[in-house]
Design a protein around this ligand. Structure first.
Ligand code: HSE
Length: 430
């Protein structure tokens, strides 16, 4: 067997510890599969004294993670610290500059700095890998970059945030309100340290920006991802969606056509019978369309110690096998600056929930607003008068332009009988 591959791990939270566990427990299995021993040589974390349930006594302890980039007996630095910039980015840049391969689960950092890091990896002839950054246990980056490498890909979409999928599933299963389910989800520890990352769709957008680059060979362009989260969704929307044959999911959707890239993350209503609509609770799922494969579908756990650490170790194994290829499966100087398509270009149908006073002429005013904005209604339901004399009006539209829908909603919002901001959810035919 050749020389062991020497690994340093920065960050010993659940994910870092998970990597240690797998490399210890599956040492022989991995060495057999790889033809090379993988040896942890150094670790670093904020607190040396925490009991992490793994034996770290054989590894050099390093107080400052940045020092791992300089160490001689390190071939690969694994980063499980997190954060878009700061210590993680410094470590990534220094490790790559010092010709150490770099493996990370850091979606925010790769989404924002992917092209820069890919350049550094290429210039220094080492590997940059981030399978764990997107959908943890689903090997979607390898599936796209290797298994589907023969195809021109045109569309990738999916459930990329397990926490919000869990919340939407629980709202449907229990009928409890968004706020109640949020509290329960928080108590279970499912939310990111900054819950906005989950709830506002930012986490899913990080993953989408990475997938766009992997799938289409475009430069990571997080700033042009349109992002809407799930905070405005109420249990009534889930119930009305069900009556209409839809289920609400928070999807990331990226499309590349004729040099233009459309990237968006927002709640959608989709046919309840679609395979992806049936993916519930904390699971992730992805769909990839290519010209020679038609459609492929992937499902698995997107978060947690095991799935994330499994993806990191797979990347380490890849490097141990000598796979040093380009991070985005294309030389970094060939990554394209795609022209971005804004959400205003969207054409499609919408679900709209209005909360209005229940008196004569309200529906007439609403339909006049829609007519004036050139939006055509497909269905309209009025749900019984509540005790306070208000009512929900639920509509779906025929296909229309996003700009027309916005115009209609602005007009409706100005009506004195409309009590709260209208909610609209895009209906996607996928
Ligand atoms: N907050 C993320 C999620 C963690 O819920 O999917 C995994 O990236």
């Amino acid at each position: 067997m050749s020389e062991p591959l020497k690994v340093a791990i920065a960050g010993l939270g659940n994910v870092g510890v998970g990597v240690v566990k797998i490399l210890q427990q599956h040492r022989e299995l991995i060495a057999d599969r790889t033809g090379r021993e993988i040896a942890i040589t150094a670790v670093s974390a904020r607190s040396r004294n925490s009991n992490r349930g793994v034996d770290l006594s054989n590894y050099t302890w390093v107080d400052n993670a940045a020092d791992l980039a300089q160490m001689d007996d390190v071939d690969i630095v694994v980063e499980a610290i997190g954060g878009e910039d700061g210590i993680a980015l410094e470590l990534a840049q220094n490790a790559l500059k010092n010709s150490k391969s770099f493996v990370t689960a850091n979606k925010a950092m790769v989404a924002h700095h992917g092209a820069l890091l890919a350049d550094l990896a290429q210039d220094n002839n080492v590997a940059l890998r981030f399978e764990a950054a997107v959908a943890g246990g689903i090997p979607i980056i390898k599936a796209i970059g290797e298994g589907l490498a023969a195809n021109q890909l045109s569309l990738v979409y999916g459930i990329m945030n397990g926490t919000t999928n869990y919340m939407l599933s629980q709202m449907e299963a229990t009928g409890k309100s968004y706020d109640e389910i949020l509290e329960e989800t928080d108590a279970l520890g499912y939310l990111e340290a900054d819950p906005a990352l989950d709830l506002d769709g930012i986490d899913a957008a990080h993953k989408l920006a990475i997938l766009s680059s992997v799938a289409f060979g475009t430069k990571t362009d997080f700033d042009n991802v349109y992002i809407e989260g799930i905070r405005a969704i109420e249990t009534v929307d889930i119930a009305y969606g069900k009556e209409l044959g839809y289920r609400i999911k928070l999807l990331g959707i990226t499309k590349y056509e004729n040099g233009t890239l459309s990237q968006r993350v927002h709640p959608v209503m989709i046919d309840r019978e679609l395979p992806i609509a049936r993916v519930m609770d904390g699971f992730n799922a992805l769909v990839v369309d290519g010209d020679y494969i038609d459609r492929t579908f992937y499902q698995g756990r997107g978060a947690g110690e095991g799935p994330t650490a499994s993806a990191i170790v797979a990347d380490i194994i890849d490097i141990a096998r000598g796979h040093n290829g380009a991070a985005f499966f294309k030389p970094s100087h060939k990554l394209v600056d795609a022209q971005s398509v804004t959400i205003n270009e969207r054409q499609g149908a919408y679900y709209v929930r209005l909360h209005v006073e229940d008196h004569a002429g309200v529906i007439a005013d609403i339909t006049t607003s829609l007519k004036d904005a050139n939006v055509s209604v497909e269905t309209m339901l009025q749900k019984g008068t509540e005790r306070d004399g208000t009512v929900y009006v639920i509509m779906t539209t025929h296909e229309t332009r996003e700009t027309a829908m916005k115009d209609a909603l602005n007009r409706i919002n100005e009506l004195s009988s409309v009590i709260e901001n209208p909610l609209s959810i895009r209906i996607e035919k996928l």
